[in-house]
Design a protein around this ligand. Sequence first.
Ligand code: CO
Ligand code: ZN
Length: 340
Amino acid sequence: MEKLRDLVKKFTEVEGPSGREEEIREAILRSLDGHVDGYRVDKVGNLIVWKNGRENKKILFDAHMDEIGVVVTHIDEAFLRVEPIGGMSPRYLLGAGIRFLVDPPVYGIVGVEGESIEEYNKNLKELSFDKIYVDVCASSKEELMERIKIGTFGVYDSRFRESAGRYVSKAMDDRIGCAVLVQLMRELVDPRYTVYCVFSMQEETGLVGASVAAYDLQPDVAIAVDVTASVDTPKANKRMAMKLDAGPAIKVMDRASISDRKVVDRLIEVAEKHGIPHQMEVLILGGTNAAAYQRTRSGIPSATVSIPTRYVHSPHEVVSESDVLNTVKLLKHYVEEAFD
Ligand code: CO
Ligand code: ZN
């Protein structure tokens, strides 16, 4: 079986911003071949896979397939303007550049406007999508429009790297969650409860996929597996505590939801019982698909298990391999002991 590292590399290098999840969905499905009892792609494009349990309860795990990106909104003589898809930062774009989703791929270099040094420095300081343009090295508008249209999507131009037990890439948010769930399905044999994994679309633009999957599947519990901030770098935000190598982060709350107390307690018990390193998480910004699951139909007890990640939403998101492996381990044991 392919190594975790290769799975993460494969998933993160796919270009799949919100609304353009076809290719990543194919990659995930292929990697699950022979490891699930069934799957379907729903009407909006969520990939739902399952393994049948011995007892009559349903556990749902969610990881979103989409990544942040940009969309082309305007074409000048030989330059483009773009808008963010999800939490894309003009600051990070400036250095990373863009890979547009056309065949063959087109690469964009991001520049900053400024007719004087003063204006340029001011624009740099107050960087926004108003102040940047994208240069795709075209000679004219006509040449440009043969390759790029209004509405063409793009993502960070960045590649997977591995060093000293760390994985580095764009789209670790949330392809690392996708890799965790694929690994979980590969390792689960004859589970006690039926396990659904939802590889959801359009999380970054409003929890779209999770909202409909929750309504459709009506699970007894839903757990989002997503990234969270890791604040273990010099002078990092001192109002939070998550760090790399300390195991999966069991989320207590973030800006979008408070995790179900019983689910959180059970996750902690399972981790303690099996000696799995773990940490508690309170995130002071952002949210996950758990917010969509918990308010669906008559309510679904929901929580999030997070993989601590440095530089979230940058082209170089950093996670720890040991945290990823311990997340798989925690979820695997949780499946057997979720409702005891
Ligand atoms: Co995100
Ligand atoms: Zn995410």
